[in-house]
Design a binder for this molecule. Structure first.
Ligand code: NAP
Length: 531
């Protein structure tokens, strides 16, 4: 007989752990979780590459749903490294006894809506489970981008990827290493491994606006103050655009006095992390002239740190405004290029032609190395959902429905796919919203919607066609009001050849998103069809 549960939860990362706790322990539903990995952690399970670290401050990058949990955990650094975040998620799993609800090493291969029984059939290699609802936490940056160039299989050395770094680590000492990719992952990895390797060749296509993280250890005294104030801190972060706590910005960079503007940029650059973006000026993502002031400030910082002017210029972004690609945060990244054992190769002018048995060919020249590391990014937002092959009403697949780009309401649900909740889905508030808090909001919206359906003895909930069209139009209109369409970024779906181009995230900020969700709930799930 086919196994049946109330809710299937996909993924055992930040989403899945909280979803299981809330649906199982607080709502009393039967819940079964699946994860491809052998244990909990999600993105922090897979991305164990050297230098992996979160660039949202530890005080904010954690769950807020349990006061006991936030009182008992103390982070050791201002910005936690991957092992500490993975340890935290293991602690959460133990504390709330969550592992028993998961089947690990079990990918969801497909899911099909059964109209007659009003259930989802969830297919895995070990069998089929039916569920009334699905909450997907499969991740928004979890399916890797495939290389466009040929020859990878012919490479005689070792190949690694940041998104699937071996758990036992890799000994790179004394080796010649090539790295493709200078996004957030590549930038962290490059700075971490450069001192260890014999030679490092960095293949850069687009220079990025990386700014200092300014990490430091934290002590118990500091955490005691934080723990005493957690409720207020969480209120403040939930009222902040990015879901953290930052000083309010001045209105306009282009209208500011140039000397005061530079002083303001220096001040927030010295504080580090996202404070530079969030606290300097409010129009940086809206006005090109304003954006150019901070873009040029960051270029001047690069010039001051990189000794070879030609290398500094190659590291200086000129083809997109600051933050229209997700800005990486760095520790010693630019100084890495002052090292004698590091070479920067421009693969924008001369795109990578092929991986060869001994290395990589670009511009007719071959670069040799023993180890190749790919840090080439992800098929973001839609990749993980489409990889699970959902088929909704009338046999329509999600891939067919999203042929020209995703169509959702709130980025959480899509018409024709009833009772399927996509946490951190396309067009949701997640890329510009501190993930643990964004995830809590989304999981709470989904579980409350499930509760609403069940309490009324109903069967299904899904967006109305009209409300979904309105949401998609609003996302596109928001894109046009900002500078985001100016970059070939994963925010725009533009990093994957052939992927439909369009803004994939809500850019109105956390408070606006939360207010819209609350308004929908207060009005009996306005915009959703409940039957
Ligand atoms: P990414 O930002 O998409 O970077 C991928 C890199 O690979 C880019 O430099 C890209 O160049 C390059 N690339 C792709 N195809 C290429 C090709 N054919 N030839 C040469 N270069 C190529 O991916 P990511 O670094 O893994 O980061 C993804 C997201 O994960 C981040 O933006 C962030 O949200 C999250 N993340 C966060 C942290 C953190 O908290 N600190 C750390 C890591 C990741 P182009 O730019 O030219 O496409």
């Amino acid at each position: 007989m086919t196994e049946h549960v109330d809710v299937v939860v996909i993924g055992a990362g930040f989403v899945g752990l909280y979803a299981v706790h809330r649906l199982r322990d607080r709502m009393g539903l039967s819940v079964l979780g699946f994860d491809t990995a052998s244990d909990v952690g999600g993105t922090w399970y897979w991305n164990q590459y050297p230098g992996a670290r979160c660039d949202i401050e530890s005080v904010h990058y954690s769950y807020s749903f349990s006061e006991e949990l936030q009182q008992e955990w103390v982070w050791s650094e201002r910005y936690a490294a991957q092992p500490e975040i993975l340890a935290y998620l293991n602690h959460v799993a133990d504390r709330f006894d969550l592992r028993r609800s998961f089947r690990f090493n079990t990918p969801v291969e497909s899911m099909t809506w059964d109209e007659t029984a009003s259930v989802w059939q969830v297919h895995t290699p070990t069998g089929t489970v039916t569920a009334r609802f699905i909450v997907s936490g499969a991740g928004n940056v979890s399916i890797p981008k495939q290389p466009e160039f040929p020859g990878l299989a012919d490479f005689a050395g070792e190949v690694y990827a940041t998104h699937r770094w071996p758990q036992q680590g890799v000994d790179l000492s004394g080796k010649r290493v090539g790295v493709i990719g200078t996004g957030a992952s590549g930038i962290q990895l490059i700075a971490a491994i450069a001192p260890e390797v014999e030679h490092l060749t960095v293949f850069q296509r687009t220079a990025n606006f990386a700014t200092p993280l300014r990490n430091r250890p934290t002590d118990l005294e500091e955490w005691e103050k934080i723990r005493a104030n957690y409720p207020q801190i969480r209120v403040a972060s939930r009222n902040n655009f990015l879901g953290v706590v930052t000083d309010p910005p001045e209105p306009s960079a282009k209208l500011a006095d140039p000397e005061q503007r530079r002083a303001r940029y220096e001040h927030y650059d010295a504080i580090g992390g996202f404070h530079l973006l969030m606290s300097s000026y409010a129009d940086l993502l809206l006005d090109e002239e304003s954006n150019e002031t901070i873009s040029e400030f960051i270029r001047s910082q690069i010039r001051a740190r990189v000794t070879n002017p030609a290398v500094a210029e190659l590291l200086s972004p000129r083809d997109h405004p600051y933050c229209t690609k997700r800005p990486p945060m760095e520790t010693g990244y630019y100084e890495t290029f002052n090292r004698p054992n590091v070479t920067l190769v421009d693969v924008k002018t001369n795109p990578i032609e092929a991986v060869t048995p001994r290395g990589l060919r670009t511009g007719g020249e071959e670069y040799e190395f023993d180890v190749l590391i790919l840090a080439m990014g992800f098929d973001a937002f839609t990749g993980a959902l489409l990889a699970m092959n959902p088929t909704g009403r009338d046999g329509v697949t999600l891939a067919e429905k999203w042929n020209e780009g995703p169509r959702t309401l709130l980025g959480i649900a899509s018409e024709g796919f009833p009772n399927l909740f996509m946490i951190t889905g396309p067009q949701s508030a997640v890329a510009l919203y501190n993930n643990p808090l964004a995830i809590e909001d989304h999981v709470e919206f989904a579980s409350d919607a499930i509760g609403y359906v069940l309490e009324r003895g109903l069967s299904t909930i899904e967006p109305s066609v009209q409300a979904e069209s309105d949401w998609v139009r609003m996302i596109n209109e928001m894109a046009d009001m900002t500078l985001f369409p100016r970059a070939e970024s994963w925010y725009m779906g533009a990093n994957i050849p052939g992927k439909p181009r369009g803004l994939l995230t809500f850019v109105g900020g956390a408070p606006a998103y939360r207010a819209i969700c609350a308004e929908i709930v207060e009005n009996d799930y306005r915009g959703f069809s409940v039957a």
